[in-house]
Design a protein around this ligand. Sequence first.
Ligand code: ACO
Length: 322
Amino acid sequence: MPATRPGVRGAVITGWGTALPDTVLTNADLEKQMDTSDAWIRERTGIHQRHVGGSTASLSTASGRAALEMSGVDPADMDALVLATTTPDRAVPATASTVQHELGLACGAFDVNAACSGWVYALVNAHGLIAMGADKVLVIGTDTLDRITDYTDRNTGILFGNGSGAVVLEAVDGPGQLLSWDLDSVGEAESALFCEIGGVLQMEGREVFRRAVRIMVDSATKSMRHAGVTADDIALVIPHQANTRIIAAALERLGIEYERSSIVLDTTGNTSSASVPLALAAALDAGRVDAGDLILFVGFGAGMTAASSIIRWSPDAVEARP
Ligand code: ACO
């Protein structure tokens, strides 16, 4: 399956942006509303705080606008908007339609729900659109998990927050950045993490932890094999930001030092579909990515889904835009 086929029209990331709501919920705040402690949350998850508030449409519009501005693409020239979210503002229509209108786009727009793997699913789908002829695609990952989280439940309330990250993908003549990808789902495990419509997240934390490490390693290994690269070749891992212990355990099994990963969950908590693009933007903004570097994206989430992909960072390829 999915190594990018030779000759397929490729794409490069030409802009990125992020958005976090202003309101911060610290571990100290949570100590007042549940039986927990700042020390326990930091030690067991790595999380210090999370952001709450905003809507999926407003955060998506903000990150999408920032990505568009960086890329210099005229919104009217965008060919598609793919919004990864597991917390749409309404059941109908897709939140992507609201964002499309707010950003002044004139193109198809749809939501993708693959929980915390969602943005990697969306990125792969966007590459598929480009392979089929689209020139420019906006790929956003946003979640407002405060709307489905009980912040008095210490089993789940310590983990989740809101945020958004976006990239602009533009077609190039010749190979693009994406070398390989893997999308997976194990539906039989859905009871480990779910939320009924109108309800709040229910989670078997230990079971999710155990499965998460396994499926992250499995998916990342497949993507590396499809790309014909090894762990030593990976310059930077952008993992789903759920828990530093999950990330450390998965990286250890993959043979990749923890220092070769981008971590933002200490300040954001688990933002589901937003976590990978937030961690990507942080690494890019910090100048941690050089031309030619291989970046491994790897996510997991409710479903239970897993997704990974490998890109070769190639800013020079921008010159080959059609
Ligand atoms: N504060 C203080 N103590 C706590 C808390 C808390 N919030 N929660 C549990 N404890 C206690 C327990 O009661 C238990 O005490 P005991 O030893 O006296 O019985 C002890 O801490 C250990 O409890 P565990 O449940 O074993 O804690 P664990 O180390 O597994 O950490 C956690 C719990 C953080 C939830 C962990 O299991 C985890 O991160 N799981 C994965 C969750 C996840 O990533 N979910 C998102 C998936 S992505 C998506 O799609 C949204």
